[in-house]
Design a protein around this ligand. Structure first.
Ligand SMILES: Cc1cc2nc3c(=O)[nH]c(=O)nc-3n(C[C@H](O)[C@H](O)[C@H](O)COP(=O)(O)OP(=O)(O)OC[C@H]3O[C@@H](n4cnc5c(N)ncnc54)[C@H](O)[C@@H]3O)c2cc1C
Length: 391
């Protein structure tokens, strides 16, 4: 049991691992080959209550800590599964929980917790704005409709993962033109969009084929009308809401990376003991042992930062520095372990049947998304070390 685990976290870890046994490598290989959504896996996680971990008990969830949610995500990855099919539900939830009205929470949270609705889509990135979120162009204009106030949405999102498999999308759009907003960070708003209704009245979803099975999409809004009640929190404050949710997102993704690193290290260790070349196990050579040992040390150091960041978050602190460092260190630890694992397997690292090449492709994402390494370094340089602002 890892040193940060309490008995409760260890129980959660065992329960997730046991569920994941029902989804072995063959399951993921078939989904990967067909670029198909692992709906059975997501349903099983929902049924077991894992995806409702952060929903308070009064709204039908289990009201667990962020550390517990991290354990859930980490264990999925360490078991060889691909939690990217469901992870957004964990971190999107935070915005609804913190800034949603009591009416929105009462309407949606119990249905999300029960699995009746999936909240899996997060529409922030746009093709032309990239990392510069404040320059996004999707527009939400308020108008008076026959049945009350509405917003008309027009624009485009890209990389909206799981858009084809979600009932709800948390959407960031501009409600005040940039040159008229009170400040640089004002004028963006968050909406909870009913995707099934939107698909019938102005929203189009187009999948993007990527190097791994991630169900990412382009989403087009052609004068989509949504009720004004879809606004989350106050109009114009959406960027602040998104920023405040990012710590939880970074910590959870970092926990996934730790799980991936553990998977690669366990896989490489077992193979190095078993594979015999020159009449002895390859793992008897220090040239093979040392990269595995180095990755283990790198992963353990990153793991300490991840659970430290989760603890600061759970204690009500602002873990901006810790969450960013956790994401940076964990994504680099998992990518180093992925590369080491392929090297340890030699040619067999490229064969689909060992799952190493699949996990290698999946793990590559996290030094780029949801935030790239450069942007984290820039945050640390500017906000923690006080270096001059570069952009
Ligand atoms: C598979 C996948 C799934 C995704 N899922 C979602 C999702 O569900 N919802 C969503 O909203 N988005 C999603 N994204 C988008 C993701 O968050 C972005 O790709 C990521 O934030 C990087 O933005 P970009 O691709 O526009 O890169 P760009 O902003 O174009 O940057 C390209 C490169 O330049 C570097 N760079 C840019 N500016 C600077 C600077 N000032 N200093 C130093 N380096 C800089 C970046 O670090 C990066 O390496 C997903 C992306 C992928 C690939």
């Amino acid at each position: 049991m890892p040193s940060h685990d309490t008995e409760e976290l260890a129980d959660i870890r065992r329960a997730v691992a046991s569920l994941c046994e029902g989804f072995p490598g063959e399951y993921w290989r078939a989904k990967d080959a067909a670029r198909a959504y692992p709906g059975e896996f997501v349903d099983a996680l929902t049924k077991a209550g894992f995806l409702a971990a952060l929903i308070p008990a009064e709204h039908g969830g289990s009201g667990l800590s962020l550390a517990a949610a991290c354990v859930i995500m980490e264990e999925m990855q360490a078991s060889g599964c691909n939690g990217s099919s469901a992870h957004a539900q964990m971190y999107i939830m935070n915005t609804l929980l913190r800034y949603g009205s009591e009416g929105q929470k009462a309407e949606y949270l119990p249905r999300i917790a029960s699995g009746e609705l999936r909240l899996q889509a997060f529409g922030v990135s746009e093709p032309t704005s990239g990392t510069d979120t404040l320059s996004l162009k999707t527009r939400a204009a308020k108008v008076s409709g026959r049945d009350g106030d509405e917003y008309i949405i027009s624009g485009q999102k890209i990389w909206t993962s799981r858009a084809e498999h979600s009932d709800l999308m948390l959407l960031l759009a501009r409600t005040t033109p940039r040159d008229q907003a009170a400040s640089k960070t004002e004028g963006l708003s968050i909406f909870l969009v009913d995707m099934q209704a939107a698909l019938r009245s102005g929203m189009t979803v187009k999948p993007i084929r990527t190097m791994m099975n991630h169900s990412s999409c382009e989403v087009f809004f052609d004068d989509l009308r949504i009720p004004a009640t879809a606004l989350v929190g106050e109009e114009g404050k959406g960027f602040r809401y998104i920023l405040s949710g990012m710590n939880a997102e970074r910590i959870l993704i970092a926990a996934e990376c730790i799980g991936d690193a553990k998977w690669f290290i366990a896989k490489a260790t077992a193979y190095a003991k078993d594979r015999s070349v020159f009449a002895r196990p390859i793992g008897q050579n220090q040239g093979v042992q040392f990269p595995i040992a180095r990755c283990y040390a790198q992963m353990r150091a990153a793991e300490l930062m991840v659970y430290h960041a989760a603890r600061v978050y759970d204690e009500g602190g602002n873990p901006g520095e810790e969450a960013n460092m956790a994401k940076l260190l964990a994504s680099e630890a998992s990518w180093a372990a992925a590369d080491m694992c392929v090297q340890t397997f030699g040619g067999f690292g490229f064969a689909e049947e060992y799952d190493v090449e699949r996990k290698f492709r999946e793990a590559r994402l996290y030094t780029v998304a949801p935030i790239s390494t450069n942007l984290i370094l820039s945050y640390l340089a500017e906000h923690v070390l006080g270096l001059p602002r570069s952009y």
